[in-house]
Design a protein around this ligand. Structure first.
Ligand code: 13P
Length: 252
């Protein structure tokens, strides 16, 4: 059985003070969750979040990590910096990083390798754009992102990661993949992973859906057999909505 994981990706939202307010509201709402609950907050909010989340069932995540241990990389953040703040998870290869900040499958791979070396759990994002989908390239794009992004990862290490399938056209648009579409594509992603590693390993890997997942559609998405959780943007900024998504995951 794969334990569902619901992760909030706050993106570039919330100051440290706003973080305290939102987490104080969220903690009691999800304290009995059976699924894994994670919030991936901006770097400047990590300290405040780590203090508030101590002793709770909410795991702390960051939104990126650099591949070097340390050095002359102005503006970047290392794994050790994250670990010292109690960070356990890190989003890698989000489509916004790929789209606006030059992230490539190769840099995703370097970051994943570093995260695993340091003991962080990577949440690796993949997914096709609207035009790629229209041209029937969804599976090919996912295959490429997985093949290069997860290159040289050992069979042991791969079992620690979480994959997030986030079709780019569904992010922040209010357009969600249908339950069946998301399930089918995630099933294909699992097949690709099965060929890259082994069928057993692929069966054990958790694959989230992300893209306009919200309090209304979470139940349907979570009921699908291949979908093991969600990576939530907009709806993770509201404690009530996020807790409803967590409850939806708890039913499966
Ligand atoms: P939205 O839930 O706002 O569509 O964002 C999804 C996402 O990009 C999560 O990483």
């Amino acid at each position: 059985m794969r334990k569902p994981i619901i992760a909030g990706n706050w993106k570039m939202n919330n100051t440290a003070q706003e973080t305290k307010n939102l987490l104080n509201e969220l903690i009691p709402l999800v304290k009995d969750a059976k699924c894994e609950v994670v919030v991936c907050v901006p770097y400047t909010d990590l300290y405040a979040a780590s203090e508030i989340l101590k002793g709770t069932n909410i795991g702390l995540g960051a939104q990126n990590v650099h591949w070097a241990d340390k050095g002359a990389y102005t503006g970047e953040i290392s794994a050790d910096m994250l670990l010292e703040l109690g960070v356990k998870y890190v989003i890698i290869g989000h489509s916004e990083r790929r789209q606006y900040f030059g992230e490539t499958d190769e840099t995703v791979n370097k970051r994943v390798i570093q995260a695993l070396k340091k003991g962080l759990i990577p949440i690796v994002c993949i997914g096709e754009t609207e035009s790629e989908r229209e041209n029937g390239l969804t599976d090919e794009v996912n295959r490429r992102q997985l093949t290069i992004g997860l290159k040289d990862i050992s069979a042991e290490d791969i079992q620690k990661i979480v994959i997030a399938y986030e079709p780019v056209w569904a992010i922040g648009t209010g357009k969600t993949a249908t339950d069946q579409d998301a399930d089918e594509t995630i099933g294909k992603i699992r097949e690709i992973l099965g060929k890259m590693f082994s069928k057993d390993i692929a069966q054990g890997l958790r694959i989230q859906y992300g893209g306009s997942m919200n309090a209304k559609n979470a139940q349907g998405l979570m009921s699908m057999p291949e979908i093991d959780g969600g990576l939530i943007g907009g709806a993770s900024l509201k404690a009530q909505d996020f807790s409803i998504i967590v409850k939806a995951a708890d039913n499966f």
